[in-house]
Design a protein around this ligand. Structure first.
Ligand code: AMP
Length: 332
């Protein structure tokens, strides 16, 4: 069975952009592929979280993954730092990653621009660690958004370079994977782009937040003054509300508001109220599951332990072969 790897950085709670852009695919993939889903806690060290924040964020994402339906019997769900083989392979792969190509990485340039006071070596070699996450399981497919395609290309480069250097055919060339041609992009509530944690509290609807918090945010989402002429295209912020409705509302509800918009008699208050209601229908069972999982230390411990064992079984086989290929041969 083809192997799939995907990770998410534990930087806080998951929002519905994460859910529809990533987790929804994982839920399907776990039945069709040999999946390794991980919580990228080593990656998150580049921004220097406090130990307490780091632990809480990892715990939250673990609970959220389980609560949304990732099945630890079907997939391998693990915490990156539980697999020391990843750090070992990262050391080896860094020897064949060159300064020029790392400096050219779009995400490195972006991070330097955003945080000029924290340009650490881990940030520079971030693409190597990302490649290692994939290569360590010798994966074939990586479900990613458009913004991540350059990282997959670098992963292929590093894998091929290793194969060439040692004249082996060891690492497969992983391919980006998506179920649909059009990648899902969930817009934020502030009308300025895709939903993201960095867009601030008001921009994102978090899976774990209470109904009142989510409803308030939706009711405050940006719209305009309303259509002045019939059958006009919608401005971005209004289209965003319709895009969010597409995720959780039924087609007839969307069509009703669409025709109200085209006829210039739409009431944005009603539109947002409907979105808030349907969002709550969607989120309520997930939130209940998250809260249950967060209180269930035994469940989290069991999930993390099983995941670590399965991930290490795969990674340690790769490392055994890599050490042999590199020439680390035991004298004892
Ligand atoms: P992040 O937390 O931004 O690193 O995102 C983790 C995963 O969620 C990645 O696979 C992203 O592509 C996906 N994701 C994050 N935000 C969105 C969004 N607004 N729309 C669709 N997918 C998203």
């Amino acid at each position: 069975m083809e192997r799939v790897v995907s990770g998410i950085r534990p930087t806080g709670k998951l929002h519905i952009g994460n859910y529809f852009g990533a987790v929804a695919n994982f839920l399907k993939m776990q039945h069709e592929y040999d999946c390794f889903f991980f919580i990228a806690d080593i990656h998150s060290l580049t921004t220097h979280p406090t130990p307490a924040d780091l632990h809480n964020n990892v715990k939250h994402v673990l609970a959220e993954y389980i609560a949304t339906g990732l099945d630890i019997d079907k997939c391998t769900l693990f915490i990156q730092s539980d697999v020391p083989e990843i750090s070992e392979l990262y050391t080896y792969m860094n020897m064949n990653a060159y300064l020029g190509e790392l400096e050219r990485s779009a995400s490195f340039k972006e991070k330097v621009r955003l945080n000029p006071d924290n340009v650490n070596a881990g940030l520079l070699t971030y693409p190597v660690l990302m490649a290692v996450d994939i290569l360590v399981h010798r994966a074939h497919k990586v479900p990613v958004g458009k913004d991540q395609e350059q990282h997959i290309e670098m992963t292929r480069q590093f894998g091929k370079r290793f194969n060439r250097l040692y004249n082996v055919d060891f690492f497969p060339e992983p391919q980006a994977f998506s179920y649909s041609n059009a990648l899902v992009k969930v817009p934020g509530l502030t009308g300025v782009g895709k939903m993201s944690k960095s867009g601030g509290e008001a921009d994102a609807i978090f899976l774990a937040d209470d109904e009142s918090v989510n409803s308030k945010k939706i009711m405050r989402a940006k719209t305009d003054e309303g259509p002045k002429k019939q059958n006009q295209p919608k401005p971005v912020e209004v289209q965003n509300i319709f895009d969010l409705m597409n995720l959780v509302c039924t087609q007839d509800v969307i069509e009703k508001f669409d025709s109200d918009y085209n006829a210039c008699n739409i009431r944005y208050g009603d539109l947002k109220k409907q979105l808030a209601q349907d969002m709550e229908v969607f989120l309520k069972p997930i939130r209940t599951n998250i809260n249950d999982a967060l209180k269930n230390d035994e469940l989290l411990a069991k999930a993390a332990k099983i995941g670590a064992e399965k991930a290490r079984a795969s990674a340690s086989q790769t490392l055994k072969d890599v050490r042999e290929i590199i020439g680390f041969r035991k004298f004892y």
